[in-house]
Design a protein around this ligand. Structure first.
Ligand SMILES: [Zn+2]
Length: 538
């Protein structure tokens, strides 16, 4: 409702919803806070914090900022209320016996489920319900973003503490608790994170939750991190989530959805979508994300007579903004991404004296390889962003970037996951095999073996007559592991057909699907990128 008020004010240019929301926030602000007589509480499901900060950015309503900051700093205080953890205090008020607990708590006082086991700044690993964790950290990042932009300053030590917290928890999540599809949360019981490197592919293999909303939350957090620190590793993960764990959650016709997004099906949990859910958070979250996608594509800043445009994602899009009253900047990109790595740009600035710098992301999987037309010498690549200077752009308002290494590549999860699997990817798309393309498969591809030989992978452009969808299909040689675990590579290979993961469960079949196949031993001529590929490029 708070965010709705901001949107309402932007659209209708009035305060009709903002005004009552101010009173509502004041009510909550009076109830919770550090003073005598106020409750030392905070929400079990973080979400209001980021809304309050957005509301503050739009209205400068101080109580919104103070309340959000209070919730973020008080969270996890072991002695916040009457010398007790706030949740213990509440449980006593409810007369709850100590053995009573929610189903999602594996043991008593599993406050890590709500990221309330310790103050946020003291948390060393990302824990608990993954959607809550993402909304919470997005609000923390908003605190830093608001400070960087001078809207609400933090002391430098405070800002540094929040920033270190964000980087530490982001790194733990991406390096040790994320699937190669951008999914997070291996454990169904608490819809959240497991131990470091615990990343089974399917429910019958130990779990795989990867809720749609959680990856949308990762995108929200990554978008803020790019404002704080322009590093392509954040945009790589943002894009990975978008094209894989998020896009796979909706059918091509937009009528069916997934809530959790496993990497491998089983007899109990087939690869299929539903029309709706009892807890229907994911479908509207996808709608909201697609409606606000423009905000994820690029950021721009204006500093006096200098303009910087940072391009994070490639698609067909146009960006228009004003500098002062009389100057308009317009940047257009045209591409078939993710089907190819070529993007054409057209920059139009209505005043010649304006200095425009454009930074273009080079994904880690491109290994920094690119082609630029017209070419330029000595371009800087800073943290994965290729910088086109005002001089270059003044001479070449039309230019074309071709991102390198746009070829099928092999990805494996970190060896510590003990998964020993191999998957295929092309550009930002991770691939999977489905029984509809491989009707010989009857066991969810559990024993299908791939080897990392690029010469054994072919690609072909497919147009599906039934859906009208065009995509690149990959074909790879595969072998079968027998019941004793033996693989005979002397046997003739079979062709495994793979489709983008987002495309799964759109064309019927038995609901059998898998992303990571058994990684074949023997001679491996091909290079395998270990996830996250951001590490591989470092
Ligand atoms: Zn959801």
């Amino acid at each position: 409702l708070i965010e709705a008020a901001v949107a309402h004010a932007q659209y209708y240019k009035n305060e009709l919803l903002v005004e009552p929301m101010k009173r509502y926030i004041t009510l909550i602000h009076n109830k919770f806070g550090p003073s005598e007589g106020q409750l030392k509480g905070y929400p079990g499901h973080p979400e209001i914090e980021l809304a309050l900060l957005r509301f503050y950015a739009a209205t400068q309503h101080q109580e919104s900022y103070d309340l959000a900051k209070y919730f973020l700093t008080e969270r996890g205080n072991p002695k916040g209320q009457d010398g007790k953890h706030y949740y213990d205090y509440e449980a006593e008020l409810r007369n709850e016996p100590p053995w009573q607990r929610p189903d999602c708590y594996p043991e008593n006082r599993s406050y890590w489920y709500n990221q309330a086991h310790a103050p946020i700044q003291e948390q060393s690993t990302i824990e608990g319900h993954s959607v809550r964790a993402m909304y919470l950290l997005t609000a923390v990042a908003d605190l830093v973003v608001l400070s960087d932009s001078g809207v609400a300053e933090l002391s430098s030590s405070e800002k540094n503490m929040w920033l270190q917290t964000l980087k530490r928890l982001w790194a733990n999540m991406v390096d040790k608790k994320m699937y190669i599809t951008g999914g997070i949360g291996a454990i169904k019981q608490w819809e959240g994170f497991g131990l470091d490197y615990f990343l089974p592919q399917g429910t019958d293999e130990g779990g795989c939750y990867s809720e749609t909303c959680a990856s949308i939350g990762v995108m929200m957090l990554a978008e803020r991190m790019l404002l704080i620190d322009l590093d392509s590793s954040y945009a790589d993960i943002l894009e990975l989530c978008l094209y894989n764990n998020v896009m796979t959650s909706m059918s091509l016709d937009g009528k069916k959805f997934t809530y959790d997004n496993q990497l491998a099906s089983s007899d109990k949990t087939k690869s299929e979508r539903n029309e709706w859910f009892w807890c229907a958070c994911c479908p509207p979250n996808v709608t909201r994300l697609f409606g606000s996608l423009g905000g994820y594509l690029w950021h721009h800043t204006v500093e006096k007579d200098q303009v910087f445009i940072n391009v994070h994602l490639y698609t067909n899009a146009e960006l228009t903004f004003k500098v002062g009253d009389d100057t308009t900047v317009h940047l257009k990109q045209t591409t078939t991404w993710p089907a190819s790595g070529s993007v054409s740009f057209e920059l139009d600035v209505s005043r010649g004296s304006l200095s425009v710098t454009t930074r273009l992301r080079l994904p880690a999987w491109s290994k920094g390889h690119y082609n630029l037309e017209p070419p330029a010498a000595g371009l800087r690549n800073t943290k994965g962003y290729l910088e086109l200077t005002p001089e270059y752009l003044a001479q070449n308002p039309k230019f074309k970037l071709s991102v390198g290494e746009f070829e099928p590549r092999f990805i494996a999860p970190h060896p510590y996951t003990n998964q020993n699997t191999l998957a295929l990817a092309l550009g930002p798309l991770v691939y999977c095999a489905e029984d509809v393309d491989n009707p010989w498969e009857t066991n969810h591809f559990k024993d299908v073996v791939l080897r990392s030989s690029p010469e054994q992978v072919a690609q072909s452009q497919i147009r599906d007559d039934a859906t009208g969808h065009e995509y690149v299909q990959l074909q790879a040689d595969c072998w079968q592991r027998d019941a004793s675990g033996h693989i005979n590579f002397e046997e003739e290979a079979r062709i495994l057909k793979l489709v983008p993961y987002y495309y799964r469960a759109n064309r019927g079949g038995k609901g059998q699907m898998r992303v990571g196949m058994v990684k074949g031993g023997g001679t491996e001529s091909g290079h395998v990128n270990v996830f996250p590929e951001t590490l591989a490029s470092a």
